[in-house]
Design a protein around this ligand. Structure first.
Ligand SMILES: Nc1ncnc2c1ncn2[C@@H]1O[C@H](COP(=O)(O)OP(=O)(O)OP(=O)(O)O)[C@@H](O)[C@H]1O
Length: 605
């Protein structure tokens, strides 16, 4: 944070690219006010200390003027001493107030950062699946991190600096007029002579700056893409080629930056030269007035310091407006998230699901389309029921709508027409959390979170005791391998923890589902081949999980299919056949063909 109390000279680097001051572009910042005004006491203290520090810093030159006239010029050492003591006193107040202001505004910045990040994260998690279908996770996390941090910097430094600078400009101008109206008039007349060429030249620079930013964005997008797919790059031996393309773009970005720096260097020179000329002119004019007796030496010094303070503050304001525009963009991206409403929400008057749970599922003439430009219907007139304790298997070629069926059941999306009932209730009439509590979902490729083995098993029931975790782990046949890990259940797995094999991950997910102990099990069996031993362990774990539960399974394993009470054969989003494995094989239709294809590597069906 630039925190100079008395700017000695306007920093030419800062004026070099004054941004276009456009209040309209700052409008999104208004959305931050509820977050900031949530802390009125801290805010009030900040403003108080801000005013105290501004007023005391404005008082110092006036005291200095007195010291020069009554002390130096009059050669009165006592006066110099007493004015000196006064300056030290005022400086002490200024120092204390500046420190306190910095502390309170920074604390508000940190608080708003935490609140905003929390609000955005909670809101994101509550949004529906359709939102995540259309947004990239990388972009969302960058909003959570980068954009929110930008907002903090705005509050912690930019707002504070802008406010302080404005108070300084107004105060310094008033003091300038009070000190010498004639000199003030001279400054007001001469100022455009510096400002006009600087503003005209900096416009050119702004265009250049945008170009370098675009080049940089291009470069970082390429790096993200390539580093995220190193396997593909290596497999196609594209390392050198991609590296060359990167170098080319990097060089273009470098060239653009060099050009911009050159132009900026000229501008900096221009500002220094014109600024110095103006200062010399002012001193000359001031000296003339001193000799003519219209101002004293002390008043001239005092005036010059105020003029420098005002010009320094003006520079700060122009710099701050630039950064506030960036922050306004960031705020807009965050508020976009906060304004997005989940399409799938709790009903206004939710009904209760029956307790104890019935464990029944019913699809009643369900049609569904994902919508959007390619909004072809994915499910057509889907009707089936699953009774308590039954296992119903969904089979069918890729893209036939099996996963979609499980998504609709959990109300990740709403049906286009028809009704889905769980325990006799329309899924749209009950609370989302109550509905999803009824299911234990084992995904095809289960997510293992960064954390301990125990945390991963506990994911659906964080309050579970260690005993419960171990019981679930034993039932899912993960206990033995977990016991061999260096820290047992406390071993970190997932990101930056130890890696688990495919079969171990699946069993961990099964343990998670066993612990959740929901009445209806939704199972998306893994298609990836496991070795015979792993396969057997997963199968055993699943048997524990399925026993006594209503199960809806996207089935790939022969064992699951054979034991299912009903197999629904899906094709193109329709149920084209149903029955038991033996019935369907005997029919010799599409299922028999599918079974032959799917299980040709296994024992004959
Ligand atoms: N999020 C989505 N947005 C839009 N279309 C989707 C989405 N998910 C799936 N689809 C489309 O819906 C159809 C059914 O997909 P679904 O994933 O339900 O099939 P599946 O039978 O589970 O296939 P697989 O066995 O390959 O997983 C496909 O045509 C697919 O392209």
């Amino acid at each position: 944070m630039t925190d100079q109390a008395v700017p000695i000279q306007a920093d030419p680097e800062k004026i070099a690219t004054p941004p276009r001051l456009s209040p309209k572009r700052l409008r999104p910042l208004r959305r931050l006010s509820p977050f900031v005004f949530a802390y009125p006491v801290r805010l009030g203290l900040t403003v108080l200390f801000l005013l105290v520090s501004a007023v005391s810093s404005l008082a110092i030159p006036a005291v200095m003027g007195g010291a020069i006239d009554e002390g130096f010029v009059a050669q009165n050492l006592d006066k110099v001493s007493s004015y000196g003591a006064l300056i030290i006193g005022v400086a002490a107040i200024m120092a204390l107030a500046s420190g306190a202001r910095f502390y309170f505004i920074s604390v508000i910045g940190e608080r708003v950062l935490a609140d905003l990040r929390q609000a955005a994260f909670s809101h994101l998690l509550a949004l529906d699946t359709r939102f995540f279908d259309t947004h990239r996770v990388g972009e969302l996390t960058s909003r959570l991190n980068g954009d929110v941090a930008l907002v903090r910097s705005a509050i912690g430094s930019s707002f504070s600096l802008a406010l302080r600078s404005m108070v300084t400009i107004i105060g310094a101008l008033i003091m300038m007029i009070l000190t010498s109206p004639v000199l003030t008039l001279a400054v007001v007349v001469a100022a455009p002579a510096i400002l006009i060429p600087v503003v005209a030249y900096s416009r050119r620079l702004r265009g250049m700056s945008r170009k370098t930013q675009d080049a940089l964005a291009d470069l970082s997008a390429m790096a993200t893409e390539m580093l995220g797919s190193t396997r593909t790059v290596k497999a196609f031996t594209q390392e050198n080629e991609q590296s060359r393309i990167y170098e080319e773009r990097s060089e273009a970005s470098y060239q653009a930056e060099v050009k911009r720096l050159g132009a900026r260097a000229i501008l900096v020179g221009l500002v220094i030269f014109l600024g110095t000329c103006a200062l010399v002119g002012l001193v000359w004019w001031g000296a003339r007035s001193v000799f003519a007796g219209t101002v004293t030496a002390g008043q001239l010094t005092q005036f010059l310091v105020y003029a420098l303070m005002a010009s320094g503050a003006l520079t700060n304001v122009s710099e701050v407006f630039g950064s506030l525009q960036t922050v306004a963009g960031a705020t807009e991206r965050i508020t976009e998230i906060l304004d997005t409403e989940a399409a799938i929400r709790d009903p206004a008057r939710p009904q209760d699901l029956p307790t104890p749970p019935l464990g029944t599922v019913e699809f009643d003439h369900v049609d569904f389309s994902y919508g959007g430009p390619a909004g072809d219907p994915v499910l057509h007139d889907l009707s089936f029921t699953v009774d308590r304790g039954e296992t119903v298997a969904l089979v069918g070629p890729s893209g036939s709508g099996k996963s979609t069926t499980l998504s609709l059941l959990q109300r990740f999306y709403d049906v286009t027409s028809g009704t889905i009932r769980v325990d006799g209730k329309d899924v749209r009439d009950v609370r989302l959390s109550a509905l999803r509590q009824r299911f234990a979902y084992v995904e095809q490729e289960p997510t293992i979170f960064a954390g301990s083995v125990a945390d991963n098993i506990r994911f659906g029931k964080p309050e579970a005791t260690m005993d419960e975790v171990v019981t679930a782990a034993k039932a899912a046949l993960v206990h033995d391998f977990v016991s061999e890990l260096p820290l047992g259940y406390d071993t970190m797995v997932g990101e930056r923890g130890i890696m688990l094999s495919g079969g171990q991950k699946q069993r961990l997910a099964i343990a998670r589902a066993i612990l959740k102990n929901a009445p209806i099990l939704l199972l998306d069996e893994a298609t990836s081949a496991l070795d015979a031993q792993s396969e057997r362990l997963v199968q055993q774990a699943l048997e524990h999980l399925m026993s006594g539960r209503t199960t809806l399974v996207i089935a790939h394993r022969l064992a699951t299919i054979r034991d299912a009470n009903t197999i629904l054969v899906l094709d193109g989003g329709r149920i084209i056949d149903h029955g038991t494995h033996d019935e369907l094989v005997a029919k010799g239709g599409r299922y028999a063909e599918l079974a032959r294809l799917q299980f040709r590597m296994e024992e004959p069906a």
